[in-house]
Design a protein around this ligand. Structure first.
Ligand code: GRF
Length: 201
């Protein structure tokens, strides 16, 4: 299944997904790495791997709707069937999200529904939770919401800083994002309302 990975920055989750897709037995392949940010460091890595890359620069569009229309056109031209948002820092319009149905994944660095939005590791430390983690979910128009596909939890240690906690979470992001993409590409996800179930292989 042809997949596009959408990034805005570093792209370490993109690397984890692309590395998984490089295995010939994996059910998805990277058809495009697309960034809204021309200077995204992840684009260089992708190009070095020989992956097709594209930039759709949000500042060149007057509205979210125009940007999303350009994004949509570029993705459809590449023959993409699944989208993986991987540190993609743009909110997508409801029309865009509806057009792609249950074929868009996002990764978020918290155990949703806790800590939607930014600075999740700082907020987890401030709130005193003892477990933190990451979530891969199907995308809905509301930010950081949608049926949960996979989660991983990590302990919060007494001496953690946002950086040490974030690094522990990031290692789990790189593990569960390819797992979730595999399930979606295999057609094993069933959505009923807010809940996503995984069918047996
Ligand atoms: C990750 O923590 C991801 O969960 C969040 O943004 C960060 C992106 O990091 N959505 P990277 O670009 O994948 O390295």
């Amino acid at each position: 299944v042809p997949v596009a990975i959408l990034i805005s920055g570093r792209g370490s989750n993109m690397q984890a997904l692309a590395t998984a897709c490089a295995d010939p037995t994996f059910p998805a392949r990277v058809a495009l790495v697309l960034s809204n940010e021309p200077a995204a460091p992840g684009l260089g890595w992708a190009a070095d791997q020989g992956l097709p890359t594209a930039v759709v620069h949000h500042r060149q569009y007057d509205s979210r709707a125009d940007f999303d229309a350009a994004l949509d056109a570029r993705l459809r031209a590449a023959g993409v069937r699944i989208l993986c948002l991987a540190g993609f820092m743009r909110l997508l319009t409801p029309a865009f999200v509806q057009g792609w149905g249950d074929r868009v994944l996002n990764i978020h660095p918290s155990l949703l529904p806790a800590f939607k939005g930014l600075h999740t590791h700082e907020r987890a430390l401030e709130s005193g939770v003892k477990l933190h983690g990451c979530t891969v979910h199907l995308v809905r128009p509301e930010m950081d919401s949608g049926p949960i596909v996979a989660q991983a939890a990590v302990p919060v240690r007494a001496d953690d800083t946002p950086e040490t906690l974030g690094a522990r979470v990031l290692a789990q992001e790189h593990r569960i994002y390819p797992l979730a993409l595999r399930l979606l590409a295999q057609g094993r996800l069933r959505v009923s309302g807010a809940v996503c179930h995984v069918r047996d292989a």
